[in-house]
Design a protein around this ligand. Sequence first.
Ligand code: ADP
Length: 280
Amino acid sequence: MGNCSTCPSSSKCSIQNKDKCGKMLPKYGSIKNIIGVISGKGGVGKSTVTGIIASKLAKAGYKVGVLDADVTGPSMPRFFGINHERAEIVPLDEKGTEYRFVPVTSQLGIKVISMNLLTQVEDQPVIWRGPVINGVLNQMYSDTEWGEIDYLLVDMPPGTGDIALTVMQNFPLNSVVIVSTPQDMVSMIVKKVVTMAQKLSIPIKGVVENMAYIRCGNCGDKMRVFSKKSAEEHAAYLELPLLAELPINLDLAEALEEGETESYAALNTDYDTLASSVLR
Ligand code: ADP
């Protein structure tokens, strides 16, 4: 982290914010807050939580962007129902060595960039080694026409490997939200990513316990299907504040599948606590 008052570049520097010193900045726009959504393990609901938070913030009137940094397993275009669209790739010179990307805009005006909006066919894999993926990821952040953004949500790659490290080291993340499910084995893996963020001095907002319970259709009681421990106990193991407990919800699962995440999540008051915890 830099110290602007003693930095020799201070007079020429446009950042003037020691927390963002040395980090990449977007070339085409300005972003007030960057929030990473991270889990350490795939399939726990990281993309789901990203989609819910983005939809809620957009509905509340914020200018929102989503960077799908899960390059090898991107799901954001589907969740927003924009998977049949393609982000425009604009060459900046005749040789075609530099480009900028035009993000695809969702119904609520969320600007989304994802590997799946840049490749021709949605189910075509990217079979690239880490350094290539890292390069593309950096470009997806810095070379996208974001314009003015209040909140950029980064759907982080799972794990504590090279690609997650790229995001945490290069992007000026203001904070991260951790997503977990109520299983000791998942908590153990999620703890690794919590420690990684702490070692890199990235503030952590807290943990969202996803798939925390199902609600009985007859009596309305909460039934914890994965663990006898409470969400608070799992959060205590991670030594993090509990931001929200999200139930297993078939309507949500269907909305995600149908690309109707925004219309479902934006109007669902169950997600208000989660959205407001991000704004704090
Ligand atoms: P990750 O990004 O961690 O890999 P996803 O957000 O893609 O996980 O979620 C994996 C799958 O689980 C998705 O198909 C999604 O529909 C489903 N899912 C996630 N959270 C819930 C939930 N609370 N209720 C029902 N289905 C969910």
